[in-house]
Design a protein around this ligand. Sequence first.
Ligand code: NDP
Ligand code: 2IT
Length: 451
Amino acid sequence: MAVTDHVDLNGFMEGVKKRNPHQPEFVQAVQEVAEDIFEFIQDKEEYHAQQILRRIAEPDRVVSFRVCWEDDNGNIRVQRGWRVQNNNAIGPYKGGIRFHPSVNESVLKFLAFEQTFKNALTGLPMGGGKGGANFNPKGKSVREIMRFCQSFMTELYRHIGADVDVPAGDIGVGAREIGFMFGQYKRITNHFTGVLTGKGLEWGGSLIRTEATGYGAVYFLENMLATKGEGVAGKTAVISGSGNVATHAAEKIVQLGGKVLTLSDSGGFIHDPDGIDQEKIDWVKTHKTHRRGRIEEYVEAFPRATFHPGKTPWGVPCDVALPCATQNELLGEDAKTLIANGCKAVSEGANMPTDLDGVHVFKHHKILYAPGKASNAGGVAVSGLEMSQNSERRSWKEEELQQMLKDIMKGIHDSCIRYGDQGDGYIDYVKGANIAGFKKVADAMLAFGVV
Ligand code: NDP
Ligand code: 2IT
């Protein structure tokens, strides 16, 4: 085959920026992947000739729609909803739904792009998608949330299906919201299918789905530490966030004998020098998830702790760090501070919590650093297992699922080593995850020809 002309990394990124103006999060996610993929495909002409990365970085489709709902005072409210179906080369689109005022097309495109690689890494047959709305659940009554979810699904239902696209939860969307959306899907279509994951146990949900993302991020951390002959026991951990992922990551750290020093929310972080044990984690779960409270109230319940308004927790000295709140919450300077304070390992529970400068700092210092697409894949992996159980019309036992989650996280770690081992004792997990995820999707795309 004749060698075709192809652009270099800079030329490629110029094109991405030009085609996606005002979408900084999406451009950032593509850049982080492209930095490794260009090196990998240097001598692989077919990936160039078939424009594979260019095609993965162009969503199959972006559906945008109006979501009208009536608040408790009778006012008509109008929100914007989306579903980004990025790539279904290896299975139906799969990925969460986010309800947060910061949601826009750029954020959802970055998340759907990341999800494509993450889902490939799990080894399960799932493509990448993501959806959401710029709806703020904070301060809303349960009835308002229900009406919003129903209205959102009244449009979304026509774009999804158990073999088409299977949404789940993300920021602002937990079991309650999945229930309202599943109820509306069933009401409209009359189909009881595995069209959503993260369902309640009585109506097709899977055991350990709730815990899976946070637990999985700690299993990945354990795998990384094991390469240095170390474990979580006795280590201090700094965690951001106080939602589903953060509280379950904290729980697993405590179960494995580590000490959790911090949690946070959008108002700031709390530092508890005594350690946030299981009883305190349970308090946070009830307070944040069920009462929709603020993390600053932790210091009233546990007065030896301090609250630091408007700040992220990365200045607190620790052995390991788990960013579990949101994108770009850990910047280059924070990465330097963590390393200066002796942090040995970072396992991302959130999606793209570290900005590009931070990623480069971690890589430069060769610390154990796992990008979210590898370390937070436990959630979507158990979603994939929920889909299998729904297809079989069975529920698997907790022990089986716990073991499968551990095995999948170990499998992802092995894939990262396969493509990220630099031969000098350093494993570049970003590179390993990007290449392993890319290769699987790319090879499937090659089989389909130009579509
Ligand atoms: P939750 O809604 O349960 O919790 C989100 C947490 O992050 C809250 O503490 C919230 O604080 C905080 N947060 C959200 N936005 C911001 C912000 N802009 N600045 C500071 N803090 C913020 O969400 P999850 O725990 O499910 O999700 C957390 C992260 O993990 C996200 O990046 C998500 O994409 C990722 N993830 C989630 C998975 C899942 O299974 N749920 C799977 C894989 C990744 P506040 O209450 O103040 O808003
Ligand atoms: O970012 C993620 O992987 C999720 N929010 C979970 C997606 C899923 O389909 O379970």
